[in-house]
Ligand binder design. Structure first.
Ligand code: HEC
Ligand code: HEC
Ligand code: HEC
Ligand code: HEC
Ligand code: HEC
Length: 271
């Protein structure tokens, strides 16, 4: 006689069930004739003509392989879950077209331990913290005073300003910084030296929203368009991938991550 199934095993079976149900949902919805990949909102400034595949790459392997890899993970034969369907959009996607060797604030720098607190408050190590896509604007982070996360101790030995930096900082004029400096240092221009030349916040916000640059038109680097990415076919984005767990759809219109599937399965088990 078999001993009764251990709770751990039962949990595995429940996961298995969930994943199988998910697979069923996926196969049904990947059949030809399904709706197109849902668009999330207007593209950001300058991205109007980019193809989805410029940022949304298919996760490696076929859907079947991805599911198999995740099964192996569930049963402890793999140490990491595999991405489902599409990879997450990361800095490397952006840098593929926007690589700029002398960015004043390169994202990788902010992985240093001394920026831990800034990372918690702002996540400056990721492009999409400030440029969330599908928002129809240039800069999605509306705040302009976040320079204080890192520049509280900024002092210039020979400060050229009529109101020097340390004074601006004591006065908490954090709204003034972007009034003289752009963020990435990509605009070719003379930095103003007097406070009456500070660009009003209203103009900066209009620029964030997609308007003209208050820092002028001349820039060191423009985006490099890789013909493949700009004109590439929209691979893997022709179905409406949906995953069902016990009949509940998770993340309508998009393939959820493995963590999300696991969480949904857990929720169903615990019901
Ligand atoms: C410039 C890069 C870029 C392009 C081009 C782009 N997207 Fe996105 N998209 C993103 C980012 C960033 C996210 C946020 C989620 C993430 O990090 O994966 C996102 C999220 C999404 C989501 C929601 C995913 C989720 O996990 O909630 C959908 C759906 C989507 N995009 C569809 C599209 C479609 C359709 C197109 C083509 C018309 C497209 N995207 C083009 C960058 C892009
Ligand atoms: C396939 C190439 C490509 C990818 C990938 C891409 N971009 Fe762009 N991006 C462009 C082009 C082309 C423009 C418009 C021309 C320009 O401004 O250089 C643009 C414009 C922009 C602008 C506005 C620039 C301006 O004119 O003020 C921002 C901000 C931006 N991209 C951020 C991002 C971020 C963040 C990502 C990653 C989520 C990303 N881009 C991914 C090609 C790309
Ligand atoms: C902490 C916020 C923040 C992060 C992180 C960030 N940006 Fe920006 N970005 C801004 C702000 C603010 C502006 C507008 C001021 C300016 O033009 O520099 C801007 C402007 C831009 C522009 C248009 C002006 C130009 O420099 O050509 C591009 C393109 C751009 N960002 C791309 C990126 C990419 C790519 C990444 C990731 C590698 C990134 N940004 C990360 C805040 C950020
Ligand atoms: C996450 C931390 C962080 C944030 C947020 C930040 N900076 Fe910086 N900034 C730095 C670091 C690091 C340097 C490099 C200088 C150094 O090593 O001390 C720098 C350098 C600069 C420089 C000098 C660049 C050069 O030519 O050498 C300027 C100007 C500047 N920042 C302005 C700003 C402005 C304006 C803001 C707000 C919009 C801002 N910074 C937000 C970390 C940050
Ligand atoms: C009235 C214009 C103006 C304002 C406002 C201003 N700056 Fe500056 N800043 C300058 C000028 C000019 C320089 C000298 C270097 C240059 O020409 O870029 C400078 C230099 C810097 C440097 C480089 C320091 C170095 O060691 O080389 C940093 C960092 C900086 N500013 C950060 C800030 C921050 C943070 C704020 C907001 C509190 C701010 N600035 C406000 C004009 C301004």
């Amino acid at each position: 006689m078999n001993p009764p199934a251990k709770p751990r095993k039962r949990q595995h079976r429940a996961y298995l069930l969930g994943v199988c149900l998910g697979l069923l949902g996926l196969t049904l919805l990947f059949l030809p004739g399904s709706e197109p990949f849902h668009v999330r909102g207007p593209m950001n400034t300058g991205h109007e003509n980019l193809k989805c595949a410029a940022c949304h790459r298919e996760a490696p392997g076929s859907l079947r392989q991805q599911i198999q890899a995740n099964m192996r993970f569930i049963f402890g034969q793999r140490d990491r879950p595999a991405d489902f369907s599409h990879l997450r959009v990361g800095n490397e996607n952006c840098l593929h077209c926007h690589e700029r060797p002398n960015d004043r604030h390169p994202v990788y720098r902010f992985l240093e331990p001394r920026f831990l607190k800034a990372r918690q408050n702002l996540s400056p190590d990721r492009c999409i913290s400030c440029h969330a896509e599908h928002n129809g604007r240039r800069v999605s982070l509306a705040k302009i005073d976040y320079c204080q996360e890192c520049h509280k101790k900024t002092r210039l030995r020979h400060d050229p300003l009529d109101v020097p930096h340390d004074k601006l900082i004591v006065l908490k004029r954090w709204d003034s910084c972007l009034g003289c400096h752009d963020f990435h240092g990509n605009h070719i221009r003379q930095t103003p030296k007097t406070v009456d030349q500070i660009i009003p916040s209203k103009k900066i916000h209009a620029y964030f929203e997609g308007g003209l640059s208050p820092y002028g038109d001349e820039r060191r680097f423009k985006a490099e368009i890789d013909a493949d990415l700009a004109l590439g076919q929209q691979m893997g984005v022709s179905g409406t991938p949906s995953v069902f767990i016990n009949g509940v759809i998770i993340k309508p219109g998009f393939v959820p991550s493995f963590e999300e599937i696991s969480a949904a399965v857990e929720a169903q088990i615990n019901q």
